[in-house]
Design a protein around this ligand. Sequence first.
Ligand code: CP
Length: 327
Amino acid sequence: GKHQLLSVDQFTRESVEDLFRVADMMQPIARRQKVSRVLEGAVLGNLFFEASTRTRVSFGSAFCRLGGSVCDTTGFTFSSMAKGESIYDTSRVMSGYVDAMVIRHPDQGSVAEFARATNIPVVNGGDGPGEHPSQALLDLYTILTEFSRLGKLLDGAHIAMVGDLKYGRTVHSLIKLMALYKNVKFSLVSPKGLEMPSYIIEQASRNGNVIEQKSSLAEGLAGADVIYATRVQKERFANEENEGYTPDFQINRAIIDAYCSPETIVMHPLPRDSRPGANDLSVDLNHDPRLAIFRQTDNGIPIRMAIFAVLLGVEGLVQHSLRDVTW
Ligand code: CP
């Protein structure tokens, strides 16, 4: 059968926790204590038709750290799609060159179209405003790791999602994935016009989970165990739609001190927009231990190693493949 990671809809709570156990096995490699060559000889094709630092480099690094190699193309300019080549032909051609593909593309549903044209594993690295399943997996893995340290459970927790919930594909995947857990309270805080699409809210309304839409941080953040901030996806809409986004939605030290406890975790998928007037997650929280953003990015490596191990069917070989580092 086909092995693909296109949407978090593929997961059950059990299969997600199985994947996290594989990620735990990868931690000694991610922490540079062990090496493995379990994917020796395999080649990954990284096709990124949109800008990316984390997803592209961490998928590439994860594949290399398991002994594989990576071939990359970024942007339309450096792909023959610039000459009018179709998704079908591109995917069919790549199938003869590489053993797995990670694809990021600006159109929702396009990565599924790549996947239909090939029998090699395909991973969705972000399809426009659609989904970003590997990000949601590393975010959930981070939340469970932080909760374990704090003695908390995700069942019954309060998660506040803030910002552009309309175009932010990371929150689309994450809320659906977290909805596999029970009695979770979600507060969705977004400027008018940037609300979470109703089809995703309907899908996530299960297992006794409660989803409330709020129009201010004051209403949404009180008592939150996790604050998940997002960047306004300006590249996805015309400027006039951005008017409702004001400094009132910025997560910063004053907001955290006003509404949160010492055990609240502050997350963001990154990148955060550091340009003047962006009002993204503030740098004034950089030294606050509650800020988990770089623990999230670090977790991208074990999670993406686990994704490759499972898609390529080598997860059972990982434990015995571990060797001490020699460098
Ligand atoms: N979080 C994330 O997808 O980052 P990049 O766009 O840098 O890959």
